[in-house]
Design a protein around this ligand. Structure first.
Ligand code: S3P
Length: 434
């Protein structure tokens, strides 16, 4: 049992300085997965040394892949080829990481050995049928718990066949899971998404010279390909940068520059939403690194105003809503989010947990089935429970910048799943967090 950590945030302050936040979590996972099944040696720079990505790394080591590092964000993966993974000795424990579990489900359905996937209490309560059902249609055999959750028992040696799948939810995890299974299936696997979701899997597969087609809203793959090892430079995670984008917007006299941030258009919903709210955000030094767009971002204080968040931006900002709710509490008038039911099945029920916490701090926040209505409020002090959800813990830390009293945040140890340096960086820039 990991020790529980409590954050105490003193009210007020501003954020100033220039930082580089750690590497992108989604890309870090994928770099290990694809590097492991590539032919040859893959070098990764900027790898996220946090629990979630390390869970993926350990899983592949347990399947016989030799992986050096991480050291200062550098990882060397000695790929074993598409059919070179070996049966792990025991269950693969994936901690808090939904991405590891859902993507591995697809990849492991195509292997010739059995595996068992487990996780912590949060991960073992998250819905897995969204991947096991389409995989079953492809011929996979995965046993879930009665309610469709992990532990998952994946049977190896099944002959997979490609399917055409219309995803009922816009999920990059489901899309990626099926594309990975599709690399082992007979015929074409076609995944259609109801709205654009992050496309790191497709981009990185291309980087590894594995053909993936894109036709409108469909991603298409088959088993006729091999992965060629390559070098990967992981940019900073825009989902981690988001705490500073909001923090520097809401705290007076702030001026923060975030360097080398990934600005893949399937991830920049947070910038679009904040700009619509009147944020002062400048994106510059744009370049492409390893097939992914990267830029520096400068953000300065501004008076935000409430908006109705366009539903089309929801999948493009899906992980940023906890901190966007804090921005909404500081924005003139009302902010309304709809079409975001998915937030209820993240690391915690992010609609309920954020509403409870905001209300505990005196914010006028009303949860709805698929979103939240927030009216501008004075943020008070108090105690909030992050329910072990990293992004909730960090969002309430940022709320301290505009609070009028001390905020105590419980259950913050999982900040280590995505952003172990958060406390150091945010205090360096000016927040009083202990
Ligand atoms: C992720 C996809 C998103 C996101 C998660 C990471 C990924 O989940 O919330 O943190 O790396 O593919 P969904 O695709 O299920 O929305």
């Amino acid at each position: 049992m990991t020790q529980k950590i409590t954050f105490t945030v003193q009210p007020g302050g501003s954020l100033n300085g220039s930082i580089r936040v750690p590497g992108d979590k989604s890309m870090s996972h994928r770099s290990i997965m694809l590097g492991s099944i590539a032919d040859g040696t893959t070098h990764v720079k900027g790898f996220l040394e946090a629990e979630d990505a390390l869970a993926t790394l350990k899983a592949f080591r347990a399947m016989g892949v030799e992986i050096e590092g991480p050291e200062n964000g550098e990882v060397t993966i000695h790929g074993v080829g598409k059919h070179g993974l070996k049966q792990p000795e025991g269950p693969l424990y994936l901690g808090n990481s939904g991405t590891s579990m859902r993507l591995l489900c697809g990849l492991l359905s195509g292997q010739d050995f059995d595996t068992i996937l487990t996780g912590d209490a949060s991960l073992e309560s998250r819905p897995m049928r969204r991947v096991t059902e389409p995989l079953a249609k492809m011929g996979a055999e995965i046993e879930t718990q009665a309610d469709g959750t992990a532990p998952l028992k994946i049977k190896g040696g099944r002959k997979l066949k490609g399917i055409h799948y219309d995803m009922p939810v816009a999920s990059a995890q489901v899309k990626s899971c099926l594309l990975l299974a599709g690399m082992y299936a007979e015929g074409e696997t076609v995944v259609a998404e109801p709205a654009p979701t992050r496309d790191h899997t497709e981009r990185m597969l291309n980087g590894f010279s594995y053909p993936v087609k894109r036709e409108g809203n469909k991603a298409i793959i088959d088993s006729n390909g091999r992965l060629k090892a390559c070098d990967i430079d992981v940019p900073s995670d825009i989902s981690s940068a988001a705490f500073f984008l909001v923090g520097a917007s809401i705290a007076p006299n702030s001026d923060v520059t975030l360097r080398h941030v990934g600005i893949n258009p399937t991830r920049t919903g947070v910038i679009d939403i904040l700009k619509m709210m009147g944020a002062n955000i400048e994106v510059f030094n744009e370049k492409t690194v390893g097939g992914e767009p990267v830029a520096d971002i400068r953000v300065r204080s501004s008076q935000l105003k409430g908006i109705d968040i366009p539903e089309r931006l929801v999948p493009l900002a899906i992980d940023e809503f906890p901190v966007l709710f804090v921005a909404a509490a500081c924005a003139e008038g009302q902010t309304r989010l709809t079409g975001a039911k998915e937030l209820r099945v993240k690391e915690s029920d992010r609609i309920q947990v954020m509403a409870d916490g905001l209300q505990a701090l005196g914010v006028d926040a009303t949860p709805t089935e698929d979103g939240m209505i927030i009216n501008q409020s004075e943020i008070g002090g108090g105690t909030v429970d992050s329910h072990g959800d990293h992004r909730i813990a960090m969002a309430f830390s940022i709320a301290g910048l505009r609070a009028n009293d001390t905020i105590t945040i419980q259950d913050c140890q999982n900040v280590n799943t995505s952003f172990p340096e958060f406390k150091t960086l945010v205090t360096e820039l000016g927040l009083n967090l202990t």
